[in-house]
Write a new protein. Structure first.
Length: 304
């Protein structure tokens, strides 16, 4: 696989998970749904994981989320380690100083440029110069985020997908100043997590968000225009194009607010073809955010 960037060419092939290994100590900034999923993935791969959140209550909730995912893995029989062992390798904290011994930290805070920039600066200030730093952004420019850092060459995008425990894809996104060695290592880490990496040059929406949002926005316009019901539009993509889940159900799972934020960013950077439909804005404004709120394009109130 070869990837050209502004300053270099990254070349590599998909690594063998059997010969790959994650860093021994991994940090995750943010313990929400995505952050907890990322922590779970590295924990399952053998790392000691530290999750940092704002406040004791949020940190405790993050620990509960990670351990709930651990319990699901144990119930499926896909883990050889015991719950006690996994729990011992998981730590939560409220201070970024807890990342001091980490070889890699993944930032997983909401998709707001100012918030991510502040978070990444805070993390970098607490890392050893030899440590690596990654953002779980789904659409924001890795090159632009790197401008806030003292060591932009040690920064990369690792775009995990929701829900992390069952998703098998991670986008590895290289910025203009990302060290090619980091791109190689990141692909090996992804393989060690039991997932498949795709290597993407930094561009608006990367590969997955750009394509996924384009399909979702058109599906939303079709609902808005009364072309078909959400159920029938999704059925068309599932049965006609073999998508495992339809674009409107996927939007509910991702979160309508998250989709709107990405669409607004792509609208600004790529033009009117990514303009968010008014229906999407209206649903977000009234709090119908999808699965997490109990209602989006579908009713999720009884979903586990």
């Amino acid at each position: 696989m070869t990837l050209s960037t502004a300053n270099s060419t990254v070349t590599g092939s998909l690594p063998d998970s059997a010969s790959s290994k994650v860093p021994d100590r991994v940090g995750v900034l943010g313990g929400g749904r995505m952050g907890a999923g990322i922590a779970h993935a590295f924990l399952m791969a053998g790392a000691h994981v530290t999750v940092v959140e704002q406040g004791e209550d949020a940190a405790a909730a993050a620990r509960d989320r990670v351990l709930a995912a651990v319990d699901k893995s144990l119930s499926r029989g896909s883990v050889t380690a015991s719950r006690a062992e996994l729990g011992e390798r998981l730590a939560v904290a409220t201070d970024a100083a807890a990342f001091a011994g980490s070889g890699l930290v993944v930032e997983a805070v909401p998709e707001v440029v100012a918030l991510k920039t502040q978070a990444l600066r805070l993390v970098e200030a607490n890392l050893a110069p030899t440590a690596w730093l990654a953002s779980n952004t789904s659409s924001l420019s890795i090159t632009a985020l790197a401008e806030a850092l003292d060591r932009p060459d040690r920064f990369i995008g690792l775009h995990f997908f929701n829900p992390v425990p069952v998703s098998t894809l991670i986008e590895v996104v290289t910025g203009e100043r990302t060290d090619p060695e980091l791109a190689r290592l990141a692909q090996a880490w992804v393989a060690a997590l039991g997932k498949t990496p795709i290597l993407v040059r930094d561009s608006p929406g990367f590969a997955s968000s750009r394509l996924g949002v384009a399909i979702a926005l058109e599906a939303i316009r079709m609902v808005e225009e009364g072309v078909a019901s959400p159920e029938d539009i999704d059925t068309a993509m599932v049965l006609g194009y073999k998508h495992p889940v339809g674009p409107l159900c996927t939007t509910d799972i991702v979160g309508l607010d998250v989709r709107l934020g990405i669409a607004e960013h792509l609208h600004e950077t790529l033009g009117d073809r990514f303009a968010p439909p008014q229906l999407l804005r209206d649903l977000v404004a009234r709090g119908d955010l999808g699965r997490k709120s109990g209602r989006g394009f579908f009713d999720w109130k009884d979903a586990s």
